[in-house]
Design a protein around this ligand. Structure first.
Ligand SMILES: C[S@@+](CC[C@H](N)C(=O)[O-])C[C@H]1O[C@@H](n2cnc3c(N)ncnc32)[C@H](O)[C@@H]1O
Length: 249
């Protein structure tokens, strides 16, 4: 089977029976063909908005980079150094391959590590993270935010995307709740646990959590993630997606 084919149902099932690190190690070669990779219709407006700020970022980090969906954009706005950090060596290897293929002029570093215990201090001007908040248990959210605060320089910025509360009639809300119940039951009866819960790290609560840790937080309401017709395809329109900017005070 070619490396670029989609993961099969049984491969996804096997992956879901591992812990987070082992699961992503297995999925890594086909992750970009899976539905879990962050799509361009999120990444494109996100990085366009960052560019509009016309800031000179020297040193940047993609936290939980995975195979580097966002890294390829972030590396282009960092003038001195780029770092990708992820728990899974398999995902990092794919990320390294992908970024090297773009021949960036910025020095690169690929670090296998835990976002809840990052080996950096006051180092980065800019940080991003996509697709990983569901892997952080609610009890660890403050610790995660403290880690982001620790690795940024004063004045450094963490940009991310989340949603507000979804209306009760949203199909995505019920899909996410059903997924969470299934994972909850799976983790009760099976070990190792696979930590992945939707509907976490959301506005307005997460804004208050960032502020309590020492960030100045702005929801960038001028960024629009909607694509034509998405209300019809999915009752959770992309209008609920919000780009957030958190500056380390
Ligand atoms: C759904 S993937 C998202 C990858 C990529 N950022 C994207 O948007 O396509 C989640 C990634 O988070 C990583 N991850 C999960 N928990 C982590 C943790 N505590 N520390 C570092 N990486 C973590 C996983 O290994 C995986 O590569």
């Amino acid at each position: 089977m070619s490396q670029t084919s989609k993961p099969t149902f049984f491969e996804l099932l096997r992956q879901s029976l591992q812990d987070v690190e082992g699961g992503y190690d297995l999925l890594a070669p086909k992750f970009d063909q899976s539905p879990y990779v962050t799509p361009d219709f999120i990444l494109h407006p996100f990085f366009e908005r960052i560019k509009k700020e016309e800031r000179n970022f020297k040193n940047g980090i993609d936290i939980c980079s995975g195979t580097g969906a966002a890294s390829v954009d972030l590396v282009n706005i960092c003038s001195e150094k780029f770092t990708a950090l992820d728990l899974s060596q398999g995902m990092l290897d794919q990320c390294e391959k992908k970024i090297n293929a773009t021949h960036p002029s910025t020095p690169l570093s690929f670090v296998k590590g835990d976002a809840l215990d990052m080996p950096f201090q006051d180092e980065f001007d800019v940080a991003v993270s996509f697709g990983a908040f569901g892997h952080i248990l609610e009890k660890d959210q403050t610790k995660f935010i403290q880690q982001i605060h620790k690795v940024l320089k004063t004045g450094g910025v963490f940009y991310f995307v989340t949603t507000e509360k979804l209306p009760w009639w949203s199909w995505s809300l019920w899909k996410a709740r059903i997924f969470n119940w299934v994972i909850h039951v799976r983790n009760l009866i099976y070990s190792p646990k696979f930590i992945m819960y939707y509907l976490t790290f959301r506005l307005p609560e997460v804004k208050h959590q960032f502020e309590a840790v020492g960030f100045q937080v702005e929801v960038l309401d001028d960024v629009n993630f909607q694509i034509h017709g998405d209300q019809v395809i999915d009752l959770m329109a992309l209008k609920y997606f919000k780009m957030v900017k958190a500056v380390k005070r």
